[in-house]
Design a protein. Structure first.
Length: 110
């Protein structure tokens, strides 16, 4: 549960959304075997969100020169809110003992 919810620290600490789950996963995966699955999912999801936000930000910035990029800025906000909601859902599922599969998650770490 703490792997998923530690990602919320990204709202207070720059990079905390990736570093929080990564630190908890690496420090505790040997003590709790199920934490290996939860940690990998949380880190992969927040790396995916970072990639989506950087790509969308670049596309929105370049698109502003063609008068259509301003339409992409609200989409970036939707992605950020979705990351918050999915992190909370994953934390509650982990508390119930269920390994949560994030939607649109790139499997970067296997």
């Amino acid at each position: 549960m703490w792997c998923h919810l530690s990602a919320l620290s990204g709202y207070f600490v720059p990079g905390g959304n990736i570093l929080g789950p990564l630190l908890i996963w690496q420090l505790k995966k040997d003590q709790f075997p199920i934490l290996n699955e939860h940690g990998r999912e949380a880190v992969n999801f927040h790396l995916s969100i970072l990639i989506y936000l950087i790509g969308g930000g670049i596309a929105a910035f370049v698109g502003t020169f063609f008068c259509i990029g301003f339409l992409l800025f609200p989409a970036l906000g939707v992605i950020a809110v979705a990351a918050l909601i999915f992190s909370i859902i994953a934390g509650t599922k982990a508390n119930e003992g269920i390994v949560y599969q994030y939607p649109m998650n790139l499997r970067l770490i296997k």
